[in-house]
Design a protein around this ligand. Sequence first.
Ligand SMILES: Nc1ncnc2c1ncn2[C@@H]1O[C@H](COP(=O)(O)OP(=O)(O)OP(=O)(O)O)[C@@H](O)[C@H]1O
Length: 260
Amino acid sequence: MTVHGFAGSDQPLGSAAGPGIAIRTLDVGKSYGGGETRIDALAEVSVDFGKGRFTAIMGPSGSGKSTLLHCLAGLDRPTTGQVLLGDVDLTRLPEKTLTHLRRDRIGFVFQAFNLVPTLTALENITLPLDLAGRNPDQAWLDTVIATIGLGDRLTHKPSELSGGQQQRVACARALVSRPDVVFADEPTGNLDSRSSADVLGFLHRSVRDFGQTVVMVTHDPTAASYADRVLFLADGRLRSELLDPTADSVLDAMKQLEVG
Ligand SMILES: Nc1ncnc2c1ncn2[C@@H]1O[C@H](COP(=O)(O)OP(=O)(O)OP(=O)(O)O)[C@@H](O)[C@H]1O
């Protein structure tokens, strides 16, 4: 097994994300509160996420995984540093521009599915396009729908679908606008192992077959093994990374992280 210590970014500070890089952080820090109660959730995080790559982020509870994902996705603003999506620094955008950028260039998959209960599966999938006033690329929509394998369930409401089916709908919704990056926060946290495998298989295929970039937070070494690369956080800092992970190598790396 090769666990690399985390060397950080190899590009000069302040540059755009670069041709092979979908998104990158430069010296990102995030603190909550102030004075004696200040919590440094992230510190000096500089990392690149390659285009068409599947990256998992792992680490103990409270290590800053969700905070990093939220800063990357423009859902939260870092206290220090930059987040570059292509050549756009998300940390400098006014709120309204950031909202449009999230809608147009970023996809989300949450642990709790977050589907609209009154809409059918198909209507949920096309919702981001409807909100943006864009027509779906029918061939792409057909491809995404064929890949999630919901068949005749597309006219069903979320309450008539299993958790795994709902999460596959959420994945399709995230992919339908061909975003620069899909962020997934514990996407299998509420699923049994069979449904987890379906959802992870779908995310994996979106990367392998469609060149999608995916960044996923997970606690689960098996889920992380679907990724091309695993980043390990501890105490808000990047500690190590693992390429071509297996569930066993991820477990070993987590044990090394605990030992320090
Ligand atoms: N809104 C907030 N206000 C104050 N502290 C926060 C806030 N959000 C996160 N934190 C703190 O920041 C640190 C990192 O939290 P974060 O949720 O990013 O960790 P995590 O690795 O995702 O944890 P978990 O695996 O338990 O979800 C924790 O100490 C947490 O208590």
